[in-house]
Write a protein that binds this ligand. Structure first.
Ligand code: PGA
Length: 239
């Protein structure tokens, strides 16, 4: 596991270079994308590089980590809406090449289809992750089995509370989400994990140095062959 600490802008620029290099080498690369406040500086940097003609997503395919159950794609807090707003609408990616889990039609077949479609696309080349204060990756909360594939998960009260900042009240935060499993994430070729802010410092310490334990889902990343952790100084302060 490689760890890079810098300012928010520095780590956004460094991470964006990984995307530039990957898409130059493999224009139809499969990108695993994430939502939340953490990836925003990276997405802003990718948009800037695209406008400068330094990166093209024309043949790229994307799979997002998760989506709330019950929110329409047009809901401002849905992850589909977020991706359109923060990245897809500003680059040359084809709409049909972007996938966000379907949080409205959550039959077992629809949910299982996600892993199958990732495999059919050739697997994820580069997976972007954020991290929760409790070490969750996507909505894989503490206790999630290591072998999990894309599934419907119940959000913990802590996660709903943390995410309530984006909603009018905690009662509006969905209770469930469709989420790539730990195994889905571990099957990706390269991973970049971003963490910003002091409230992520403990989770980052456990991710990098902690015992591998389901109590901290991100600790499993120690077993992945290619992970780069990008932290700002605050998130990296306990390393
Ligand atoms: P955040 O969320 O980027 O909004 O902090 C990350 C996460 O909970 O995985």
């Amino acid at each position: 596991m490689k760890v890079i600490v810098g300012s928010t802008q520095e780590i956004a620029e460094k991470g964006a270079q990984q995307y530039v290099e990957l898409l130059a080498k493999k224009p139809n690369a499969v990108l695993g994308l994430a939502t939340g406040s953490t990836p925003e500086p990276l997405y802003a940097e990718l948009i800037k590089l695209h406008k400068e003609g330094k990166i093209s997503f024309a043949d790229a395919r994307t799979f997002n980590l998760d989506e709330y159950c019950g929110l329409q794609p047009t809901h401002p807090q849905s992850y589909r809406y977020f991706m359109q707003d923060k990245l897809f609408d500003h680059v040359d990616i084809k709409a049909e090449n972007t996938r966000v889990p379907d949080g409205l039609h959550t039959t077992p077949e629809n949910v299982e289809e996600y892993d199958r479609d990732i495999a059919l696309a050739g697997g994820i080349d580069l997976q972007l992750l954020g991290i929760g204060v409790n070490g969750h990756i996507a909505f894989n909360e503490p206790g999630t089995p290591w072998g999990s594939l894309t599934q419907i998960v119940e959000l913990t009260e802590k996660t709903r509370e943390v995410n309530s900042r984006f909603f009018d009240s905690i009662d509006d935060v969905p209770t469930h989400a469709v989420c790539m499993g730990i195994r889905t994430i571990m099957n990706t070729k390269d991973i970049v994990l971003y963490a910003l802010g002091e409230n992520k410092a403990e989770a980052i310490k456990k991710t990098v140095y902690g015992k591998i334990s389901k109590k901290c889902p991100s600790s499993i990343l120690q077993l992945h062959p290619s992970v780069t952790v990008y932290c700002d100084e605050a998130a990296g302060s306990l390393l």
